[in-house]
Structures are given as structure tokens and as C-alpha cells.
Design a protein. Sequence first.
Length: 131
Amino acid sequence: MEELQAAHPGRKIETAFALSRPVSVDCERIARLLSNLLGNAINYGAPGSPVQVHASTSGNFELSEINAGSAIPPGILKRLFAPFTRGETQTDQKGLGLGLYIVSEIARAHGGTIDVSSTAGRTCFTFRMPL
């Protein structure tokens, strides 16, 4: 989060953590998962709105990234975690469309899931895994 905040000082990242117990994960991979989600939020989310990161350990480990902006179109939403899939591209945008595929593979490797909900004004990605 610090790297992305430093690279995008105009974007606000808000956090809310409720971690009552340790979580056994591959720290580098979970950092990559969060980095990919935050990078997408910065690229696709509403520039004037904060990006939120929530984490909790109530029942399962849950890590969510929430951002404001346009809804992800249904046609893209249903294939969002497939490799080489991208949302509406911008001319200065880089990448191959592998970020969310990598997120889904990290979630699967941890015995977890990644879900997305997207409506006008709010998109939320949630990673869940058993503790």
C-alpha cells in the first residue's frame, strides 16, 4: 500500500483492520494480490474518491478493496478473472490484463475465493479464505 500511495500521492487509501488472530498466508503472494487490486482501483476508480482496504478475521480471513466509480459492465464482469481480460482501456494504460487472473490464482492457492460486486458508484473485490 505504501508503494502505491507513494506512486499516486493524490489518491487517498483508507484502511480498516479488525484482525483478532494471526493469519497463516504466503505474505509475498497476498501482498501481490492486494497490490493488483489497489492498482486496478487507482486506474479504474473515481480519481477524487478514496480507495478503501478492509481486513478481518471473523470466521474467515477476509480482505476487501472498495472503490468508487462506474460499474464494471456485465460482459466484462463475467470474465474479469480470465487471463488477458481488461476493462475499458485508456491510452496511457500498461499491462496485459493478467492482474486479476493472478489475484484469482493466489486466492485459489490459499484455498480461498475472490469475488467482485460492482454497481454505479461502488466496486468491491473480496478475498476470503478459511483460517
